[in-house]
Design a protein around this ligand. Structure first.
Ligand code: SAM
Length: 301
């Protein structure tokens, strides 16, 4: 089965990026990290067979999947995956995959739980990536999505004071910096439903993301206060960050076995392993497995 050719959207490439040390370590973002974890602990299943973190970066949130038998750490950037591998190790249960969210290399029914956190804001064609993700998930599985919300209090205020040209109320995504998008909650909801997800719980978070609060309030108090405000996300989603817990429509389906996990990102045909290669069962594409990372970004020539 050949996949239709569609123009490839530009990719926010983290190859060689120092994201971990530039953005997280020692950068005063303990509040953001802690809040995300409290939400994900509530939204993600505790146990399961195969979990995937799409756009996992250096694997910051992988510990949340500890109860799963197999954990796929997927990202476009090979260097991010190398960092993840250095942190998490090479145990059999970790499967490191370099791939593109617009051309996912996973068979249908590959996963029973998935996360996309701090990634969709880099996607110029978010609906296309959501469709790819949906294809890889089994019926009845859980998909947790985090997105940056354009309908936040700061943007509403700035728009009202004419300090910002774009409207937080309009549904289309706003690209505030190249390949950095904020989304309207209604746009994301529609895209999720169109892709075959059933949005279930929604919370708004990071209400206190201000230097002043971080200065005067202890971390625990900020996290507790944020937790109290999060349910507002169901009806008044005016915080900068939103999390949606989704179910995949359809009856629960058994997952594919590990040796059937991969499909060719070009043709969609199953891939079979030959030594350190994955070989398409249709046509010629071949893909490398290097130092424990399945490299499904570009085929070998
Ligand atoms: C801001 S980081 C977030 C990393 C991680 N999810 C976290 O929360 O710490 C964004 C990640 O998305 C990845 N990414 C961006 N576009 C992608 C694409 N088209 N396919 C796969 N990964 C992508 C980047 O390589 C980067 O590691």
């Amino acid at each position: 089965m050949t996949q239709p050719t569609v123009p490839q959207p530009a990719i926010c490439d983290y190859e060689g990026s120092t994201y971990r040390t530039d953005f997280w370590e020692g950068k005063g973002r303990e509040y953001e990290d802690a809040v995300e974890r409290t939400i994900l602990r509530r939204f993600l299943p505790r146990h399961g067979k195969r979990y995937v973190d799409f756009g996992a970066g250096f694997g910051r949130l992988i510990d949340l999947a500890a109860g799963f038998e197999e954990i796929v750490v997927m990202d476009y950037s090979r260097t991010m995956l190398q960092e993840a591998q250095a942190r998490l190790g090479r145990a059999e249960r970790f499967i490191y995959v370099a791939a593109d969210l617009y051309k996912l290399p996973f068979a249908a029914n590959s996963f029973d739980a998935a996360l996309l956190c701090r990634v969709i804001h880099h996607l110029a064609d978010a609906p296309a990536a959501l469709r790819q993700i949906r294809h890889s998930l089994a019926g009845g599985s859980t998909f947790v999505l985090e997105f940056a919300n354009k309908l936040n209090l700061k943007a509403i205020l700035r728009y009202a004071l004419r300090r910002q040209a774009w409207s937080p109320y309009s549904r289309e995504p706003v690209e505030f910096v190249r390949l950095n998008f904020d989304f309207h909650p209604a746009y994301i909801r529609e895209a999720l439903i169109a892709a075959g997800f059933r949005p279930h719980r929604r919370v708004a978070s990071s209400w206190l993301r201000l230097a002043l609060f971080k200065k005067v309030l202890p971390l625990r108090a900020m996290v507790a206060l944020d937790r109290l405000l999060q349910p507002l996300g169901a009806w008044l989603p005016y915080a900068p960050q939103i999390f949606v817990e989704n179910r995949v429509s359809g009856a629960p389906t058994p997952l594919v076995e590990r040796d059937q996990l991969f499909r060719c990102p070009i043709t969609g045909a199953p891939l079979r392993r030959e030594g350190d290669l994955l070989v398409s069962t249709e046509g010629n594409p071949r893909w490398a497995i290097r130092d424990g990372i399945y490299d499904l970004k570009e085929p070998l020539t």
